[in-house]
Ligand binder design. Structure first.
Ligand code: UDP
Length: 325
């Protein structure tokens, strides 16, 4: 198949390029490097089955050739990024998704949307099934991401129902692993980088909020199977193994052997208190479930950041703090 992946230079997008190329597909990556990095796809430079088109998909997708599928993974995805780029985030979820869907319609290609557990907001139902409609503050600082993705789901279903486009929607839960940026701002990368550089671990709030962390290889396998064998209904792909933020800090300190202290910081506005996917649908429809336990995945991610540190790509500056509290 010839596949277009937007956000190809991002964390998940670049791993997806690898996954599709591994199975013999051709991949056209699209990225404007707003939050992605050429480093993530440098290893594909000599691969004849891959090419990168530098473009902002919110403005249009400069491709006019037959394709079989398009996966829309372009978007700022870390809270610190969508606080910094709120309008770009809204545009890539709305105009960007619309442009991808038009391309899919014209080329009779399959469209795959990277949606998010953020569509559930601060959930009043736990764990979250796909049938839950969510609890989102439409005007809070996170709304630029949450509502963009909710709109993206709505326009995807409209193209499916009205234009008959073959569509998929994945709701991705907190994913971590190699190629996260050291200063990405997410909890796993922050804690690991802080532990490795001797900085205090920044726990926001009292650390009792939970997340369910999925190792990137598991996430990408679930996405690949959903693209190939799924249906048009939204599907949670995440690891149901749930941890408090404090427990994650303890795991990182244990696995790094770091003597970093803890520095408590205010909780960002509208920070979800609990998050855990119900993955019954993915298990039943795709025969998929995560395989990498959190301690193993965190250990592999520590290795990755240790390597960056050895190559001096990791500065010891303090992690960025969320700007909206
Ligand atoms: N968090 C934290 N310290 C950090 C970064 C994040 O305590 O340095 C918390 C954050 O408040 C949230 C959880 O960890 O409750 C996950 O945050 P992240 O930004 O990784 O993902 P998201 O909020 O999008 O789930």
């Amino acid at each position: 198949m010839k596949i277009v992946i937007t956000g190809a230079a991002g964390f998940l997008g670049s791993h997806l390029c690898d996954r599709f190329l591994r199975d013999g597909h051709q991949v056209i990556g699209v990225d404007n490097y707003l939050t992605g990095s050429p480093d993530n796809i440098r290893h594909l430079a000599d691969n004849d089955a891959f090419r990168l088109v530098e473009a902002d998909v919110s403005a249009g997708i400069p491709l006019d050739e037959p394709i079989d599928g398009i996966l829309h993974f372009a978007s700022p995805a870390s809270p610190i990024d969508y606080y910094e780029f709120p309008v770009e985030t809204l545009k890539v979820g709305s105009y960007g998704t619309h442009n991808c869907l038009e391309l899919a319609r014209q080329q009779k290609a399959r469209f795959f949307l990277a949606s998010t557990s953020e569509v559930y907001g601060d959930p009043a139902v736990h764990p979250q099934k796909e049938s839950y409609w969510g609890n989102v503050n439409s005007i809070g600082p996170r709304s630029v991401y949450d509502e963009a993705k909710r709109y993206a789901e709505a326009v995807t279903m409209a193209y499916h129902r009205h234009h008959g486009v073959d569509t998929r929607i994945v709701r991705i839960f907190n994913t971590y692993g190699p190629r996260m940026r050291p200063h990405d701002g997410r909890v796993v990368s922050n804690f690991i980088v802080q532990a490795l550089t001797g900085e205090p671990l920044s726990i926001y709030g009292d650390g009792s909020q939970t997340r369910s962390f999925c190792y990137v290889d598991d996430e990408v396998e679930g996405i690949y199977r959903l693209f190939m064998n799924g249906d048009s209904q939204p599907t949670n792909i995440g690891n149901p193994d749930e941890y408090t933020v404090q427990q994650l800090a303890d795991i990182v300190l244990d696995l790094t052997g770091s003597s970093s202290t803890i520095a408590r910081q205010p909780l960002p506005a509208d920070d979800p208190k609990l998050r855990r996917p119900d993955i019954t649908r993915a298990r039943t429809m795709l025969g998929w479930e995560p395989k990498v336990p959190v301690r193993d995945g965190v250990a592999r991610t520590i290795q990755y950041f240790r390597q960056l540190l050895a190559e001096s790509k990791l500065s010891t500056r303090t992690m960025a703090e969320p700007q909206a509290r």
